[in-house]
Design a protein around this ligand. Structure first.
Ligand code: ADP
Ligand code: MG
Length: 723
């Protein structure tokens, strides 16, 4: 392809190869109405017109904050109006006067003029250019592929480039990632057909067959990557850690202030068994917020310590690491301070290592990790990535992590002497449907804590529409005061920190013109000068130093009954995962519509942890009948994490599931939706399992082998770049 076209595609989409380009799939297919000239348009008829944009006007909508776009197009003699009521600014950027396009829709009449409302359109020529006859010819087909466009590359240009490439490209059977025999067995069309049909279909049936095949490919390659990783992992050596009878674990169990749930006991047994094997455990423990995963992990860690090894607990944030450290020390009591005054000689040493622990403190901790004194080390993920040396690392627990990727694997490989690998337990509170689990965690063994500990109090959630019912918001503040009077703490969550000019608002969609989301630094003084003036209000957000954060969390934990305590915490989502203050009973989430479904669920999981019922209030200004409002009501209606995660995944696509980058990469899913395409994922998984069992290195499926290698290489590069 010529340098100019190639460059355009490369800058707009990052495409570098023919393969990248042919995997640029149509967003949808426009069905052609007859190509009509403006003269013969009839009201009520579906029509497509070739016309030039004459004028574009953005008009405010009466009584609303949005605008509509009025566009006039012309064939040189006559004109027709186009109207857009949604995404006006997006269309305005594309529909520039002088540009030609094909516009399709139902002809309507408004104030005596013919009009297309929200027409489908493809722009076909730049200003001053005539539409290419080739494009009009492509348009003569029954189904016109409409490609994801960018400012400089309209859909028709992509069409032309793809046609050019497909006309010359020869896709051979040996380039197909699905071996021919398997295609027959699974009743799939060839990759060659699929590519031709997705780009140049004659019928919708061809489109759906092509889609099925290409989705299958995505699932199939991904499953192969994961299963191959898993199979290779299971061949690695590890030290078996056998728990002793009268060790720290049994002393700890004897002193537990509550009874373990059945699930906690069973998974505990499973973990004891698996760390006592000579291959590394790689297990995911999922359990809804509050299901008590920490205890399960801690018991496995104690077993490993009893067996003479060391353990590490990794948290995603310093706040969480600090909290785990305090919780574990509290739970273990004198068993956690071996070597110190009052320490139990049968116990172990629990250490905290985060970025903010520096100087002599840090050296002491590093030394006790290296000489093996520290049986339990709590820290952030950096703990395994930095050059921290363990004497004998037996078990790594990764809390609140959604992935266990190449990165972590590579880091662990350096942690143990020789070829030995530590056992690994990954924990997540984001309950996910089975197919998603297979897709995202296909390389881990999965188990779940299904029940919550007894005596858990229910959480009630209300949605407050603060614009229509300001009195309800007033009432919510009063309730907060009452909760504190009863001796409980209250969280108030805002989407933004505030206080800085030019601060990046990641939660804001530039398409809409809403006011900026409420900010911690603005809300906190407003509350302490207003409805919460009699309470002690603290502030927590990601820009504070770890010491400051730790101190605030410690004081919030103390609560209303302590002289040094805090009653109310105004914070960002830094409290989203894992924070555990059982005495906090109420949470008010401001601008709740700015948060995602699982975020809301995670946030809400911070209350109702103790014996008192929890109350959660979502405050929103979102208009009636809006999606945002529906979403909040859906979250308010259930506390079932599985239901919610299903809802969440339906709302947003999964994107790249193996790496952390968002797009354009080999491992990203373009077509497959893991929630909706359950059957395809399962089919791919079964096929892949058979294949891997017979041929781990994939020597008999060279195209698949190559695809897998490319993904692994990409993952590795990403890892190296980050380090
Ligand atoms: P999560 O699974 O969300 O990480 P945690 O491990 O933080 O949950 O546990 C939540 C709270 O429940 C903690 O305060 C913990 O001490 C308590 N807990 C855990 N297991 C039990 C149990 N079996 N009975 C009563 N309380 C428990
Ligand atoms: Mg937790």
């Amino acid at each position: 392809m010529g340098g100019k076209s190639a460059k355009l595609l490369s800058t707009a989409f990052g495409y570098e190869s023919v393969e990248d380009l042919i995997r640029h799939y149509p967003r949808k297919y426009a069905k052609r109405g007859e190509l009509t000239d403006l003269k013969s348009l009839k009201i009520g008829e579906h029509a497509t017109v070739l016309a030039e944009i004459a004028s574009v006007k953005e008009v405010p909508m009466k009584g609303k904050r949005t605008t509509r776009l009025e566009v006039v197009v012309t064939d040189g003699r006559r004109t027709i109006d186009l109207a857009f009521f949604a995404m006006a600014s997006m269309h305005k950027k594309r529909l520039v006067p002088g540009i030609q396009g094909l516009f399709a829709g139902k002809v309507q009449e408004y104030k005596g003029r013919k009009q297309l409302i929200h027409p489908e359109y493809i722009l076909t020529a730049q200003q001053g250019e005539e539409t290419d006859p080739d494009v009009i010819e492509m348009f003569a087909k029954a189904l016109i592929p409409v490609y994801p466009a960018s400012a400089n590359v309209p859909s028709w240009r992509t069409s032309k480039a793809i046609k050019f490439v497909l006309d010359q490209l020869e896709i051979k059977p040996e380039d197909d990632v699905v071996p021919e025999a398997l295609q027959d067995e699974l009743d799939l069309i060839s990759f060659k057909n699929a590519i031709n049909w997705i780009h140049e279909p004659e019928t919708l049936d061809q489109v759906s067959k092509a889609l099925e095949r290409l989705k299958f490919d995505e699932a199939f390659v991904l499953q192969t990557v994961l299963m191959q990783r898993k199979a290779k992992d299971s061949l690695l050596p590890a030290t078996a850690r056998k728990a002793t009878k009268d060790g720290i674990l049994s002393k700890f169990d004897a002193n537990l202030p509550f009874e373990l749930t059945q699930g906690q006991i069973e998974i505990g047994e499973l973990l004891f068994k698996e760390i006592n094997q000579t291959h590394p455990m790689h297990r995911l423990l999922q359990g809804d917020v509050g299901s008590g995963k920490t205890i399960v992990a801690l018991r496995a860690m104690l077993a490993a310590v009893d067996a003479g090894g060391q353990t590490a607990l990794l948290a995603p944030t310093e706040v969480l690491a600090g909290q785990h450290f305090r919780t574990i020390k509290k739970l273990l009591g004198d068993l956690a301070i071996k070597g110190e005054l009052g320490g139990n000689q049968d116990g172990t040493k629990v250490d905290l290592l985060t970025g903010s622990i520096t100087g002599q403190n840090r050296n002491n901790v590093l030394a006790s990790i290296k000489n093996g004194d520290a049986g339990i080390v709590v820290g952030t993920h950096a703990l395994i990535q930095e050059g921290v040396v363990f004497k004998d690392l037996a078990l790594v627990v990764v809390d609140e992590q959604h992935r266990f990727g190449v990165e972590q694997r590579a880091a662990l490989a350096q942690k143990s002497p020789g070829d030995q690998r530590p056992h690994v337990l990954v924990m997540t509170a984001t309950p996910i449907p089975r197919t998603v689990a297979m897709t995202v965690f296909g390389d881990l063994d999965i188990c779940s804590l299904e029940e919550l500990p007894k005596g858990r109090s229910p959480i009630t959630t209300h949605v407050v529409y603060s614009l229509e019912k300001p009195a309800h918001l007033e009432r919510a503040w009063q309730r907060a005061v009452e909760e504190v009077k009863k001796g409980h703490q209250v969280y108030i969550v805002c989407p933004r920190i505030g206080g800085e000019v030019g601060e990046e608002d990641t939660n804001i969609n530039s398409e809409d013109e809403k006011r900026p989301p409420l900010a911690v630094l603005e809300v906190a003084p407003m509350l302490s000068g207003g409805p919460l003036r009699d309470l002690r209000v603290g502030v927590l957000h990601g820009r504070m130093s770890s010491e400051e954060k730790d101190d605030i969390m410690r004081r919030f934990n103390l609560g209303p009954n302590s002289k040094d305590g805090l009653d109310v915490l105004v914070s960002t989502t830094v409290i989203e995962v894992g924070v555990d203050v059982p005495n906090a009973t109420m949470m008010i989430i401001l601008d709740a519509d700015r948060f995602g479904v699982s975020q809301l669920h995670q946030l809400r999981g911070r209350i109702g942890r103790g014996n008192n019922p929890g109350l959660c209030i979502f405050v929103t200004e979102s208009p009636e009948d809006s999606l945002a409002r529906d979403r909040l009501n859906a979250v308010a209606a259930t506390t079932n994490g599985f239901e919610l995660s299903q809802l969440d995944l339906e709302i947003r696509r999964e994107g790249n599931v193996l790496g952390s980058r968002q797009s354009g990469r080999k491992s990203s899913l373009k077509l497959l939706q893991v929630v909706k395409d359950i059957e395809i994922v399962e089919k791919a998984r079964d096929a892949c399992k058979k294949l891997i069992e017979q041929d781990l290195t994939l020597n008999n499926a060279p195209a698949l082998q190559k695809a897998v290698m490319e993904i692994e290489k990409e993952a590795e590069t990403e890892f190296l770049e980050k380090n």
